[in-house]
Design a protein around this ligand. Structure first.
Ligand SMILES: C[C@](O)(CO)[C@H](O)COP(=O)(O)OP(=O)(O)OC[C@H]1O[C@@H](n2ccc(N)nc2=O)[C@H](O)[C@@H]1O
Ligand SMILES: Nc1ncnc2c1ncn2[C@@H]1O[C@H](COP(=O)(O)OP(=O)(O)OP(=O)(O)O)[C@@H](O)[C@H]1O
Length: 283
């Protein structure tokens, strides 16, 4: 690692619930979503350099091009200064998979370059222009996210959770899934949100919420149904749901033994799927 390298984590986000409550005139949808972050994620490394460059490494590196559309380079350019940096993205998360990898990478790049260049992070409007999920990824806290992703209510630390993530190695386009929505105007989350540290009550409450994008995502990628069925069938699975616009689904397990057994069984039954064990991101 070059002397002076700064590393920022880009933790994966999970939309524990995702209600689509309206449609704006510009085509963006209004959301009401409970978002948490997992300890699994990409990492962004930035080192001093004359010019701006990006190298991508890691298990999902080959699924991404190093071009001007890469969210890491877009984030670097959003500072509006001609500074240089040698950026390395270690890509551990599947691409276009509903767990916000690109958004988390952009947020981590903003934090890292702000430190490297010793200049402020760009304003809220600039951050939102990188993607609707980028504002919530600026911190990795449990958050109620509303508006189009720009109204954030931080809810404090997330509870300790035994989580399994499964992606069937099918990328899903966020725009296609939003466009496939039947009703654009659904009920918001219920406001009687329980204490996240009363896990049983919290999971009961979560089970009564929804991901409104699950139905249109299933139409785009029917294999999501197989993922949800496989997760739900595991012993100790307390909740299984799709995250974001898919295709990654998450399941919450009653304990780490059940979580480990589920990971083993799913990898054996579906070697073609990405199956990951994780927990809540550190605060
Ligand atoms: C589905 C979520 O992941 C939930 O957290 C996000 O809302 C998506 O966030 P994102 O991937 O950062 O989204 P963007 O890159 O800003 O937008 C991709 C496309 O998704 C649609 N989009 C996104 C966010 C939103 N609130 N309404 C939308 O309709 C738009 O068609 C947009 O062209
Ligand atoms: N660094 C990056 N990592 C991942 N995707 C990127 C990156 N840069 C650009 N992209 C593009 O952004 C799109 C969304 O990627 P991402 O992995 O963030 O999807 P997602 O997990 O579905 O996001 P969200 O949950 O925010 O909708 C993909 O089409 C991908 O090609």
């Amino acid at each position: 690692m070059t002397n002076g390298t700064i590393v920022e984590n880009a933790f994966a986000k999970i939309n524990l619930s995702l209600h689509v409550t309206g449609l704006r005139a510009d085509g963006y949808h209004l959301l009401d979503s409970l978002v948490m972050f997992t300890s699994l994620g990409d990492t962004v490394h930035v080192a001093p350099a004359e010019t701006l460059s990006l190298t991508i490494e890691g298990p999902f590196a080959t699924d991404l091009d190093v071009d001007d559309n890469n969210l890491v380079l877009r984030a670097a350019r959003s500072f509006g200064v001609p500074n240089g940096a040698a950026i390395t993205l270690h890509k551990n998360l599947p691409v276009a998979s509903g767990i916000g990898g690109g958004s988390a990478d952009a947020a981590a790049t903003l934090r890292a370059l702000s430190r490297l260049w010793d200049i402020p992070i760009p304003d809220a409007e600039t951050i939102l222009a990188l993607g609707a999920d980028v504002p919530v990824c600026m911190t990795s806290e449990l958050t109620r996210m509303r508006g189009i992703g720009d109204e954030l209510e931080k809810l404090g630390p997330a509870p300790m959770l035994d989580i399994v993530l499964v992606n069937p190695n099918v990328g899903v386009s966020t725009a296609t899934v939003f466009n496939g929505l039947g009703s654009k105007s659904n009920a918001s989350m219920s406001n009687d949100m329980p204490d996240p540290f009363d896990i049983d009550e919290w999971i009961d409450w979560l089970a009564r919420q929804r991901n409104d994008l699950q139905t249109p995502a299933l139409a785009a990628a029917p294999v999501i149904n197989d993922v949800l069925a496989a997760l739900s069938a595991q012993r100790g699975c307390e909740l299984a749901r799709m995250s974001g616009s898919g295709a990654t689904c998450f399941a919450l397990f009653e304990d780490s033994d059940a979580q480990d057994a589920a990971v083993k069984a799913l990898r054996l039954a579906h070697p073609e799927w990405w199956v990951a064990k994780t927990d809540e991101a550190p605060t």
